[in-house]
Write a protein that binds this ligand. Sequence first.
Ligand SMILES: *Cc1c(COP(=O)(O)O)cnc(C)c1O
Length: 448
Amino acid sequence: MAESVSEWLQRDSERLWHPYSSLSEPSPVRLVRGADGVRLRLSSGPSGESGDVAGDVGGTVEVIDAMASWWCMIHGYRHPVLDAAVKSQVDDFSHVMFGGLTHEPAIRLADRLVEITPEPLRHVFFCDSGSVSVEVAIKLALQYQVARGNSGRTRMLTVRGGYHGDTFAPMSVCDPVNGMHSLFTGALKEQVFGPQPPAGFDRPDDDPEFLAWAAAVSDIAERNADGIAGIIVEPILQGAGGMYPYSPACLRVLRELADRHGFLLILDEIATGFGRTGTMFASEHAGIDPDILCIGKALTGGYLSMAATLCTTDVAHTVSNGPGGALMHGPTFMANPLACSVALASIDLLLSQDWAGRVAQISAGLSAGLAPAASMPGVKDVRVIGAVGVVQLGGPVDMKRMTEAVLRRGVWVRPFRDLVYTMPPYICTDEEIATIGAAITGAVQEVG
Ligand SMILES: *Cc1c(COP(=O)(O)O)cnc(C)c1O
């Protein structure tokens, strides 16, 4: 017997954690009935949650997913090429352990990643999620320093405003305020925090705020150098910490500090990788290379959970020749063949088209579409970088009302803090990008 939408939602609310959720006061969730291209089909059900969304037919509504399922689904849902890659791998084998065994999908994908990432990165560690790839990156940096006889170098230097994931090592380098460090005082490693880089991608190199930031972060690095193993940041765009772009010159300062003091530079491109900011990897804006790189999210085109940590030959061999004699990590589902196959298909699909032109076009469309919000009361800032569009309000977003107001205009977003933003799939047409822009500005005007 088919259950009603409200019955499904009732069972969900009794049983299931959702991201950052409470079980005693669950926030509303919507039931997905299907997904195709850039669209989600949501039930509009009797509980009224998506009640009067534009285009309500037969109990479901179709809306544009302006989040690309948390920035992953760059080619959209049910892409025939990605579907075929998964199906064909299922017919071969879905999984094998990676201890003592290997397979073509992993080897091919590792080669492709080394080809498309910055030149010095030559070696690949596959794991299941972005947070774990950050764990592995930090572990590599610590093992590297031990191997160099610097066992006192156990801390990471980062900047305020960052987000690197939800397990404990990543949490320790998240912004101390937004990352809720106070909840875990005593359990989190105390890292070294520099100030947040000044806002704005287009800041000139002789800008006084930039120079002040560079001096402050250099001073902190200098004073703590003996205890620091590496620097970790999200290059060019801080994502879940606040959708906050900063200038490439800041990355050049960090690269220089790493070289001067013997730190490893870890770039977390889990959000920015695969073209999102307009270059394949955001570090390319700065013309610098990391020693260690984390990628995830869009890696599999949103199909399966997978991330990777890449490193230079110096890092790989120093760690391997160190006291441990090995990199001490090995997840059960390491290099899962289904995930490797679909990741390879997703990257090849991206490379087979003018993705940079497409991202530039989306960028222009979002700039035009969100511009009217800039002059609305209650709006603090409107910013666009690559295929990322952000409206920042003067105070916290009324999540429920804002989500509903955008949905009524045919678009799905997930605002947080004071931000309503979009990271759409790259396959969105100009018209769909215009719809997203109009839905966000319209909802911001209505809800404020
Ligand atoms: C999402 C994200 C992570 C965490 O990835 P998960 O797959 O959610 O563990 C880490 N760093 C950045 C920059 C991210 O955007």
